[in-house]
Structure formats: structure tokens, C-alpha cells
Design a protein around this ligand. Structure first.
Ligand SMILES: *Cc1c(COP(=O)(O)O)cnc(C)c1O
Length: 386
């Protein structure tokens, strides 16, 4: 049986952690335990560890343990979506609590905090967490949670996770980090002092644009029990087949991420030189304002590249209509390259003043660089920008 021993490398854990050959058949892949319930020996006396699949299911247990190992955490919990995982964290709070939310956060996260949990009496303060003084000043007596996303979407700002965790220390506020863009292969927030790691597994962890899902990873036993109770009570659990798809996906996460990072760097370096491009934002470039922090807390710089085009929105529209290999679509993190226009697509619900403040202009285009042959990707971008 493989264990999540810390001496093992990421790739070994990715393939083996939480899994072992099926004891009854020797099947090397964890079976899809497509069952809602489990028979009991006598009332209340269960045969193994399972009684009902909302509470727990062996296929889900395997992926939860696998993701925990990859993040260097003790406990994993899987959800039906990334926003369901986020919502579970918010359900640990009570009316009257305050949350500090980084200002350049995923649109669905922003909506959940401001449109759903605000009604339940949970107050949210938006903060630019790249500014540590502003973050320190934003704390209130009732601040119970800080929510960090880094790199941010779509401007790829980098927040210093260890520094923000240091600010929260002793205040009674927990720190949660949405690690979707970086993945556990590039960044492990728990080791930097965070209490909770959140993932939309829909993106890089799933990696094949075929399943919606979310996950939380924590170290604290009491917090784990609280989150497990919320998971059981609210029932936002993933389907069993989705758990199997994720088990299959995490086995190649390290290999995919290496190629995403290498391709994104090549694309970023190529576009810097391109006459149609005003500016390229990629945390791996020395020109990135938080490059030093990225270097400190990430192993590599990810697959997302943001560009500002010269010219107006029509220039951007033309580019997006002309690409062949890059799919014009929302979402990110799959093996296939995607391109999108945040001001019109993913961030359309962000008010124009807020978009302007965050730098999400009409000339901004976001690329999710896939793992195709990079020369083909560059040729596609060049012909679309010609
Ligand atoms: C997509 C995404 C989410 C939400 O995840 P879903 O799986 O779509 O519910 C949360 N955070 C980030 C950074 C994302 O990209």
C-alpha cells in the first residue's frame, strides 16, 4: 500500500497516495464504487467504513486522501464544484463575522460572498492584498476569515501568502487560499501558514475540461470535523464517477503542469516582442511587479498569460475571432489552449469602475496555455494578430 509519506516526490504521491490495488480483485485502479448505500451486518453494525455515499464513498475517500497528500495536508474533502467548496468554508462563519477578501478574486467567489452570504449577515471587505499595510489596516475585531487567491484572475497579481498569514496570526482569523491557478505542484499554501486550501478541480487538477468539482485541504482535526459535518449536512458532494475522473487526472498533474509552465513561458516571451502587444503579464517575467514573491512561494509560474493589446476592443475581438487552435471559451487549466476576453466574458458582471481599478481593460486578453506543441500555439497567435 502506498502512503503519503513526506519523503516521496510529488509524482509518486500523485500516482499512489490514497490508493492501493483493490484487495478483492487486484484491480490496480481504484474501482468506481457506484453505490448510494452499503449493507450492514446487523442494525448499526457496518461491514467496512461506509454506510451511505453522501457521508463517504471509497472512490471519494481515495481522491480526498490523494489531494491532501499533494498539498502536504492531513485531510481532504471533495465537493460538487469549486464554489461549493468555497461555500462550505463560509458556512463555518456566523452572522456578524467579517471576511477580508482579496479584491481581484474569481467572479463566482465575489458573487457568493456579496450576493448570498451578505444576506446571512456575513460582511465582506475587499482588500488589495498585494498591499500589506492596507491589509493590516482592514482588520476588524470581528474579522474571522481572510480569503486569498494568488495568482489572481485575470491580472495575475501575486499575493505574499506567508506575509498575509503572519498578519492574521493571533487575531483569531483563519486564512484560506484559493490555489486553483497554481495547483499543489507549484504552490502549497498550508506550508506557508494558511489554514485552508481551496481548489476548483474543474481547472488544472481535473485538467481535461470534462468535470466540475472542488476540494478543500486542511491540517487541523477540529476544522476538518466541522467541514465534514457541513459536507454531510449540505450534501454538495461530487458524483462517484467524477471522483474517479479526478483520480485519473491527478496521476499526470506534475507532467501536465511542467508542460503548461514551459509553454506559457515561451508564449509570454514571444508576445513581449510582438508589435501588436502593449504589455505581457506573466509571473515568471522579471518585469512582473511581484516576480520576487512569485519566485519565493511558487516552484514555477503556471500556464496563464495575460496580454494587453495595442488598439481598441475591436483589435481584441478580431484576434479572438481569428484563433484556430486556442478555443474561445471561459474556464482554464485544460490540456487544450483557451483564450477569452474578461471584460466581455468572465468578468462582465464586475462593475466597469471596479474593472478599471483592477486593470481589466477592453484590450486585456487572457490565455490559458495548453500542452499542445508550443510552436503551433505561437503560429496560431501570430496569424490571429497579423
Ligand atoms: C473556476 C474557479 C472557481 C470556481 O470553481 P467551479 O468549479 O467553477 O465552481 C473558483 N476559483 C477559481 C480561481 C476558479 O478559477
Amino acid at each position: 500500500m502506498s502512503t503519503s509519506s513526506h519523503s516521496q516526490g510529488f509524482g509518486t504521491k500523485a500516482i499512489h497516495a490514497g490508493q492501493r490495488p483493490d484487495p478483492s480483485t487486484g484491480a490496480i485502479m481504484t474501482p468506481i464504487y457506484q453505490t448510494s448505500t452499503f449493507v450492514q451486518q446487523s442494525p448499526g453494525k457496518i461491514i467496512g467504513e461506509y454506510d451511505y455515499s453522501r457521508a463517504a464513498n471509497p472512490t471519494r475517500t481515495a481522491i480526498e486522501a490523494n489531494l491532501a497528500a499533494l498539498e502536504g495536508g492531513k485531510h481532504g474533502l471533495c465537493y460538487s464544484s469549486g464554489v461549493a467548496a468555497t461555500g462550505a468554508v463560509l458556512h463555518t462563519l456566523s452572522a456578524g463575522d467579517n471576511v477580508l477578501l482579496c479584491d481581484d478574486v474569481y467572479g463566482g467567489t465575489n458573487r457568493l460572498f456579496h450576493r448570498i452570504f451578505a444576506q446571512l449577515g456575513i460582511e465582506t471587505t475587499l482588500v488589495d492584498m498585494t498591499d500589506l499595510d492596507a491589509t493590516r489596516a482592514a482588520f476588524r475585531d470581528n474579522t474571522k476569515l481572510l480569503w486569498i487567491e494568488t495568482p489572481t484572475n485575470p491580472t495575475l497579481k501575486i499575493i505574499d501568502i506567508a506575509a498575509v498569514c503572519e498578519l492574521a496570526k493571533g487575531t483569531g482569523a483563519r486564512v484560506a487560499v484559493d490555489n486553483t491557478f497554481a495547483t499543489p505542484f507549484l504552490q502549497n499554501p498550508l506550508s506557508l501558514g494558511a489554514d485552508i486550501v481551496c481548489h476548483s478541480t474543474t481547472k488544472y487538477i481535473g485538467g481535461h475540461s470534462d468535470a466540475i468539482g472542488g476540494a478543500l485541504i486542511v491540517n487541523d482535526d477540529e476544522l476538518h470535523q466541522q467541514l465534514k459535518f457541513i459536507q454531510l449536512s449540505e450534501g454538495a458532494v461530487p458524483g462517484i464517477f467524477e471522483c474517479f475522473l479526478l483520480l485519473r487526472s491527478t496521476k499526470t498533474l506534475h507532467v501536465r503542469m511542467e508542460r503548461h509552465c514551459a509553454n506559457a513561458r515561451r508564449v509570454a516571451e514571444h508576445l513581449i516582442e510582438h508589435p501588436a502587444v502593449e504589455r505581457v503579464v506573466y509571473p515568471g517575467l522579471e518585469s512582473h511587479p511581484q516576480h520576487a514573491i512569485a519566485k519565493k512561494q511558487m516552484r514555477d509560474f503556471g500556464g496563464m498569460v495575460t496580454i494587453y493589446l495595442k488598439g481598441d476592443i475591436e483589435r481584441a475581438r478580431t484576434m479572438l475571432e481569428r484563433v484556430h487552435l486556442f478555443g474561445l471559451a471561459e474556464s482554464l487549466g485544460g490540456v487544450e489552449s483557451l483564450i477569452e476576453h474578461p471584460a466581455i466574458m468572465t468578468h462582465a458582471s464586475v462593475p466597469p469602475e471596479q474593472r478599471a481599478k483592477l486593470g481589466i481593460s477592453d484590450s486585456l486578453v487572457r490565455l490559458s496555455v495548453g500542452i499542445e506543441n508550443v510552436d503551433d500555439l505561437i503560429a496560431d497567435l501570430d496569424q490571429a494578430l497579423a
